[in-house]
Design a protein around this ligand. Structure first.
Ligand code: FAD
Ligand code: NAP
Length: 379
């Protein structure tokens, strides 16, 4: 991103027009992953590695259900977080988090209802009971199961958290797309407590923002996830699932500017036939030579799981050679399991490659981190 201060922020977002919103995964996929392109005002700039923040809205059907459960109409007047007067309907749609219930909401609501059961689970010593209660529940469940707590619509601003933006790694380079920003969104859907749920923002983008609709957005710099300044330096990128996003941006960028450094991508998803995100793009870049090496791991195409770290293990010696040549190593995607397993695979590749003690291998990786040659964008 340019060093200039961004004009648009989470509190003053840009009303961006949806240019493209297409399903990337096949009908047979277990996932619903979408490629999204949003328009930018000239002058809005980003750098590959950055994220786009999107401010979602709650589902109108959910807002209607909440209003019905509260026995309110929606045209009641309330003051929002900045003391601006708006309708209750607008507050429920655009200001308050109706999704994933928090313990704090239960505690605040317990005070209003005076319900002994809710008050009991709100006690600090019953934290695990409260966590069990909120799991898979939303505000509608709370007010349906314990009605009558909200007598004044303004109380909702005490009970409910503020609706917050969600971040999405940018999947494009402005060298190619100019006044647009691309991203990939996996739509979250699940059933809990007999209700169909949707992720707040991914549901909004997946279902209710067709081409031409406007979406409030802002650009968010990530200075810790950057291509090397040395345009000849090799890069190794590990990006399973939606983790592919920043690497598409990196590759577009390097291609557009004719950077000569070698590029190696590890991509993984469930099935080649239904989940190979950006298949044509990536295979094309591999053919062109922009993508020097390209390894895929389709976890469910055979009886045993194959993950990106398994491919790394197969090519451990080559990875070490690249690192010795000064390669930068990048990981994007799942923070909880994948990034840890990839870290172990990297460590193994180094330990094997240098044929050294575990301490020396650890030090090698610590040095890479110090030199910013090991960067993570995980969530
Ligand atoms: C820096 C960064 C970059 C990111 N990049 C991307 C990206 O490129 N693409 C992308 O798709 N996402 C990305 N994410 C994640 C994204 O920001 C959102 O978290 C994601 O889209 C879900 O948001 P949501 O509003 O749709 O869902 P939310 O309304 O926040 O709901 C998600 C929550 O629902 C709950 N949940 C989910 N499944 C179940 C279940 N089966 N049972 C019970 N509860 C469940 C979980 O608590 C989960 O946290 C990124 C996040 C960060 C921080
Ligand atoms: N907050 C949210 O609700 C939300 C919404 C969207 C995405 N996300 C998160 O975003 C990340 C990416 O999600 P995604 O659906 O794009 O991809 P993903 O879940 O990371 O899946 C991509 C590939 O990685 C495989 N995988 C599973 N465990 C792995 C491991 N330990 N090491 C390496 N690979 C592993 C998967 O295989 P298998 O599936 O066959 O095991 C699949 O082939 C995940 O953290 C996901 O939870 C969160």
């Amino acid at each position: 991103m340019s060093t200039e201060k961004q004009k648009y922020t989470r509190n003053n977002p840009y009303q961006s027009r949806m240019l493209v919103n297409i399903l990337m995964t096949d009908r047979d996929s277990e996932k619903e992953t979408r490629h999204i392109e949003l328009e930018l005002e000239p002058g809005m700039t980003y750098t590959p590695g950055d994220a786009v923040g999107i401010l979602p809205e709650n589902r109108p059907s959910e807002v209607a259900e909440v209003l019905a459960a509260l026995k309110m109409r929606g045209d009641e007047r309330v003051l929002d977080h900045y003391k601006v007067e708006i309708s209750l309907e607008e507050a429920l749609r655009t200001r308050l988090n109706l999704g994933k219930l928090t313990r704090s909401s239960v505690t605040q609501y317990a005070k209003l209802t005076g319900d002994p059961e809710l008050q009991r689970i709100s006690l600090p010593e019953n934290r695990s009971k409260a966590e069990e209660y909120v799991w898979g529940r939303e505000f509608i469940d709370l007010i349906t199961e314990y009605p009558g707590g909200i007598t004044d619509p303004q109380q909702l601003f005490v009970v409910l958290a503020r609706l917050t933006p969600r971040m999405y790694s940018i999947a494009s380079s402005q060298a190619l797309v100019e006044n647009a920003v691309h991203t990939i969104v996996r739509v979250v859907r699940y059933v809990s407590h007999k209700r169909e749920r949707q992720g707040l923002c991914s549901g909004h983008l997946g279902e209710r923002t067709p081409v031409g609709a406007t979406v409030p957005i802002f650009l968010h710099a990530n200075h810790n996830f950057r291509l090397p300044e040395d345009t000849t330096a090799p890069v190794i990128m590990v990006g399973p699932g939606t983790g592919i996003a920043p690497f598409r941006a990196f590759l577009q960028h390097r291609k557009a500017y004719g950077h000569t450094g070698d590029n190696w991508l590890f991509f993984g998803e469930q099935r080649r036939a239904s989940d190979f995100l950006y298949r044509e793009d990536l295979e094309g870049m591999h053919k062109d030579g922009i993508l020097t090496r390209f390894d895929t791991a389709f976890s469910r195409d055979q009886t045993h799981k194959i993950y990106v770290q398994d491919r790394m293990q197969e090519h451990a010696a080559e990875i070490y050679k690249w690192l010795q040549r000064g390669a930068y190593f990048y990981v994007c995607g799942d923070a909880t399991r994948m990034a840890k397993d990839v870290d172990t695979a990297l460590y193994d590749a180094v330990a094997k490659g240098c044929n050294c003690t575990p301490d020396v291998a650890q030090e090698y990786i610590a040095t890479m981190k110090k030199e910013k040659r090991y960067q993570l964008d995980v969530y």
